[in-house]
Design a protein around this ligand. Sequence first.
Ligand SMILES: Cc1cc2nc3c(=O)[nH]c(=O)nc-3n(C[C@H](O)[C@H](O)[C@H](O)COP(=O)(O)OP(=O)(O)OC[C@H]3O[C@@H](n4cnc5c(N)ncnc54)[C@H](O)[C@@H]3O)c2cc1C
Length: 390
Amino acid sequence: MYPYKPVDYFAIDELLSDEHKIIRSSIRDWVNRSVSPIIEQAAHEHKFPHYLLKEMGELGAFGPFIPEKYGGSGLDYISYGVIMTELERGDSGIRSAASVQTSLVMYPIFEFGSEEQKLKYLPKLAKGEIIGCFGLTEPNHGSDPGNMETRFVDAGDYYILNGAKMWITNSPIADIAVVWAKDEEGKVKGLIVEKGMEGFTAPETKGKWSLRASITGELVFDNVKVPKDHLLPNVKGLKGPLSCLNSARYGIAWGAIGAAMDCYNTALEYSLERKQFNKPIASFQLIQKKLAEFVTEITKAQLMAWRLGVLRNEGKATPAQISMAKRNNVNIALQIARESRQILGAMGITDDFPMMRHMMNLESVITYEGTHDIHLLITGNDITGISAFV
Ligand SMILES: Cc1cc2nc3c(=O)[nH]c(=O)nc-3n(C[C@H](O)[C@H](O)[C@H](O)COP(=O)(O)OP(=O)(O)OC[C@H]3O[C@@H](n4cnc5c(N)ncnc54)[C@H](O)[C@@H]3O)c2cc1C
């Protein structure tokens, strides 16, 4: 492993404030200290290093844009972005944990929750004292969550929830789940389901070749009695979960750049050291083509993420712009992981270097929070006004 040298080919650092840089360096130091030394082993063992969650909470990696009143840091969206880049440089699974806690659990409680719900859950979620998960995907409904089958009915003093969610990041270790389900009128609403409620289980999904250092599972609801004050009162319809996904996808657009930079940096250093035909392999045109394309794509991704952050800070980033950035930046990261692995030849397949882990992780990242193709169709819909997917 080489010391990490981030890419800043277009002096994008000049666009960041001192506060952004301080946040970035504290997360970067933490990743160097706490993630990089253990992550290959965790991925081998298919184990989520969950003790890191508390440290991430203490660092301020959860809910950076949530107001301080509720335990967040009251920062802007560029701060959220730089945190995601640094975490994903360490591992997409570690970034996923922060994305879920921040954008898929804290965000809906902050945006759609009652004051009591905000005060009860947000400060603890911010500190990592409790962990949350987000249940939207079901065994029969991934890209089309609007057809979800999970239902709740009014039973007087409480609601009765039935159904199942699948592919839920952190579900087996979560203290609470923000669950999206349909009411008796077929309207999608959010419920906060707590661990220990009778009839609620969250079995782990094993055997993943991707995001092995992240824990994934199901959410199964068998006549779960959910108290009425656990309903998120201020949201109705699919726009609720979709706005959470927007926030998470925004973070992923920044995060994927971290994985791409780690792969590029490793390939560059290795190619300068490794000699074949009595020359460093970096001197060959085909290697330089790869490296030059990596740095070009990373720079384009950084510019897109930065501009998206400015728009999001101004409340102007559209879901379609976020889709485009998520799709593009994850795709370039995956291509860079694959191609940079080749620069290392056989050594690239070992766990001495991060490419295979990033590459396998990014296969999930390109699928979750809207697949690569669905995001393309969102752009198509936005520019033509015609939906090609519903
Ligand atoms: C590791 C991991 C963690 C995850 N974490 C969470 C989580 O925390 N919470 C959560 O709710 N979900 C989570 N997901 C689920 C994820 O969001 C879904 O996997 C994703 O939305 C795709 O759904 P699907 O897997 O059911 O694929 P499908 O929807 O079955 O799609 C299969 C293929 O068909 C294509 N396709 C589908 N519809 C169309 C169409 N109309 N036109 C063209 N092509 C189409 C897709 O692009 C894809 O290539 C996670 C997934 C993974 C892998």
